[in-house]
Ligand binder design. Structure first.
Ligand code: ARG
Length: 359
């Protein structure tokens, strides 16, 4: 028995049971898959299997605190896209549908799986919307996380404006062909300028962030089948932006600036100036997204939603797996129930995985 058959079997059994399919439907399908594997070396998911598989993969994502909503994932089946232009078109539709003028919809677009006789489709972007990063004589501009990818884009002939918030283009590669890039339409870029409910000076910092985090470099595996291009999104939790992207020393590193604008005593660590600046930065993110009608969740609410998810899974007689080090929020972790529990970090195989960068 091939390992792919093992994984297919485990997936189909669970999937069909969850979808309340009959035993005979399931047996029939398993036989079909076994035959297809024998002749083709692969098998093709039905639309139903694809949709439910993508949802199961979210439900199995140990590092995600937002899993309560796994069953409301919107799935676009883009397995018929075969040219770069068709892929760009599907990515644009994804951006438009997921952004939804701010009422963000959890969405995934699934391109064709890896198989013999067909070149892989790969998206080079880490996220569909992401800011470029440059380093010029030791000075960073933009997002340091994007430096390597930005260099690649420049190599293809793309040129940014050189601001801290240049949106990178889509980059798509099919097989060993030359990667193609496309600038992202201005109308498809949902962004929020950051301001603070009390500090008037805050908006003069000129900060902003994009609204929809669409991870585009992970591999989706469903029942042994590998989808290397399957960009997916939820909405942000404020700490991702306020406590990491804008605060980490190797990212935008803004705590010193915010603290000094706040007039804090930065002469000693022990004044907790970093902590005070961090909270205000997070407040600004929540306030701005809320005011602009762009979906976002605070970490306390997210933790409560995760507790509900845990309860739901218990009722459904499923074990919740989780990675504690990722599930706890980076701000005030011990105020959430997650901090005070242990989680089993076993990885179910229908899941989203890191994969090698194509560049
Ligand atoms: N942490 C990543 C970022 O800050 C996004 C990861 C996915 N986040 C999410 N809320 N779905 O860009």
């Amino acid at each position: 028995m091939t390992p792919i058959l093992d994984e297919a079997r485990a997936f189909i059994e669970q999937c069909y049971q969850e979808l309340n399919k009959s035993e005979s439907d399931m047996m029939l399908r398993l036989q079909q898959i076994e035959d297809e594997l024998k002749t083709e070396g692969t098998y093709t998911h039905t639309r139903e299997e694809l949709v439910h598989g993508a949802k199961m993969a979210w439900r199995n994502s140990n590092r995600c605190i937002g899993r309560l909503f796994w069953n409301s994932l919107n799935v676009f089946d883009a397995r018929d896209a075969s040219t770069e232009d068709e892929v760009f078109g599907a990515l644009e539709r994804h951006l438009d549908y997921a952004s939804n003028n701010g009422r963000i919809r959890p969405t995934i677009t699934i391109f064709r799986p890896s198989q013999r006789h067909q070149p892989d489709i790969r998206i080079w972007n880490h996220q569909l919307i992401r800011y470029a990063g440059y380093v010029e004589d030791g000075q960073y501009i933009g997002d340091p996380h994007s430096i390597a990818f930005t260099k690649k884009c420049e190599g293809f002939g793309w040129k940014g404006q050189g601001t801290h918030f240049d949106v990178l283009p889509f980059v798509v590669q099919i097989g060993d062909g030359p990667p193609q890039w496309k600038e992202i339409d201005l109308n498809l870029r949902l962004e929020v300028s950051l301001r603070h409910p009390e500090f008037d000076w805050f908006q003069d910092l000129g900060l902003k962030w994009y609204g929809v985090p669409i991870i585009s470099d992970m591999e989706l595996k469903i029942g042994g089948i590998s989808y290397k291009a399957a960009p997916f999104n939820g909405w942000y939790m404020e700490t991702e932006i306020g406590a990491r992207n804008l605060a980490d020393e190797n990212r935008y590193n803004l705590l010193p600036k915010v603290a000094s604008c706040m007039g804090l005593d930065m002469s000693r660590m022990a004044t907790l100036w970093k902590d005070k600046a961090l909270i205000e930065l997070n407040i600004a993110v929540l306030h701005s997204f809320k005011e602009d009608g762009v979906s976002i969740v605070d970490h306390h609410t997210a933790a409560q939603q995760f507790r509900l998810f845990e309860e739901n899974e218990k009722s459904a007689d499923r074990d919740v797996t989780g990675d504690w080090t990722w599930l706890i929020p980076p701000v005030s972790p011990a105020t959430t129930h997650i901090f005070h529990k242990e989680y089993d970090n076993t990885w179910n195989t229908t899941n989203y995985f890191y994969q090698d960068r194509p560049y």
